[in-house]
Ligand binder design. Structure first.
Ligand code: FE2
Length: 341
């Protein structure tokens, strides 16, 4: 956490403000507070506020209305809604419409609230860094996202390399291949919006938690789009979990309605997930990977792109595990190799 970062607490109950201030005291934030939405909006106009934590139930203007105004006045300010269990549906709606980044249920759990603030700050840093438009930073930020989900270490680079190798066989031009490389790195950047507890949950997830994980493609797309990255990068982040048969998410697009760059990354994503080690299992042997992916062909994966991968297997596999300088102007750390068994 950083000393320069400013948090604004908005609640009409002074004892809530005091309790939150006490909780955040040791974290070196610059803390502002307001007792009403109107007062809160004035503070947002006058200060560079990183994160607003607002109560839902306030007189005159409720928390969602207030945070919608904050979004208009200061789009880069991250927004957390505090809500009672009775109004949880409103909070979920506000998340789905993009008015709110995270919500916390009252009475709050201190650790969950601090995690939500950390996630907000990470989301904001991600957007701000990507706005710089530097390739090396795109890669660094993708690696930072992997830290949240250590099961996927090295995954973004392998997916990006594999996608570029497929794009190469398709003879796509150099500029598009660059966008595919960046989109491959950043395809899961929306995972900053998924609580670590859910991301790393070892058992079967509830439907609600699964829905939250599925939100990562839209959250990620909002990050890369806010940062001004290209349409191809936004498409990859948004649509890499669509299925060719229409059974995927977030929109259930079918066939060629799914942008080509997203269909390419989807094939690379599945191939890497199956062929490399996870802490809970080793990577599958290649004949098993082929069998599983053959079953997905035409249902989940684009059949043509699936065939390109396996018809050019040696090339794609080799380039997938190539060092980062193969597709960029800088050197990076090498990624773990999968075995060709
Ligand atoms: Fe993903």
């Amino acid at each position: 956490m950083n000393k320069r970062e400013t948090l604004l607490i908005v609640d009409d109950e002074p004892h809530i403000i005091n309790a939150l201030k006490r909780l955040l005291l040791g974290n070196d934030f610059n803390i502002l507070h307001a007792n009403s939405a109107a007062e809160g909006l004035t503070l947002v106009q006058q200060n560079e506020v990183n994160v607003v934590i607002s109560d839902y139930c306030m007189p005159v203007r409720n928390g969602v209305e207030f945070l919608s105004q904050v979004k208009i006045i200061s789009p880069s300010t991250e927004r957390i809604l505090m809500t009672a269990f009775a109004t949880i549906d409103t909070a979920i709606e506000a998340i789905n419409s993009g008015e709110v980044f995270r919500f916390i249920i009252k009475p709050w759990d201190n650790k969950l609230l601090l995690n939500a603030i950390d996630d907000c700050l990470m989301h904001q840093r991600l957007v701000n860094t990507l706005k710089l438009g530097e390739e090396r930073m795109f890669h660094t930020m993708a690696r930072m996202v992997e830290l949240k989900d250590p099961y996927t270490r090295g995954h973004c680079q392998r997916v990006a390399n594999c996608s570029v190798a497929i794009a190469d066989v398709l003879d796509l031009n150099k500029a598009i291949k660059k966008e595919i490389l960046w989109g491959g790195w950043l395809h899961d950047c929306g995972k900053v919006g998924v609580p670590e507890k859910i991301l790393n949950f070892p058992g079967r997830l509830s439907d609600q938690d699964l829905k939250l994980i599925h939100r990562h493609s839209e959250w990620g797309a909002s990050v890369v789009s806010e940062a001004g990255l290209s349409r191809q990068v936004v498409n990859i982040v948004m649509y890499h979990h669509e299925h060719i048969s229409g059974g995927g998410y977030p929109l259930g697009l079918k066939g060629e309605d799914i942008p080509l760059e997203a269909r390419i990354v989807a094939v690379a994503d599945v191939f890497d997930a199956l062929s490399t080690d996870r802490p809970y299992r080793s990577g599958f042997p290649m004949d098993k990977v082929r069998r599983i992916m053959a079953e997905m062909r035409g249902d989940i994966l684009d059949p043509k792109l699936h065939d390109i991968l396996f018809d050019n297997f040696e090339k794609v596999f080799y380039e997938m595990h190539a060092p980062i300088e193969k597709n960029t102007g800088f050197k990076g750390v090498s990624v773990r190799q999968a075995s060709l068994n």
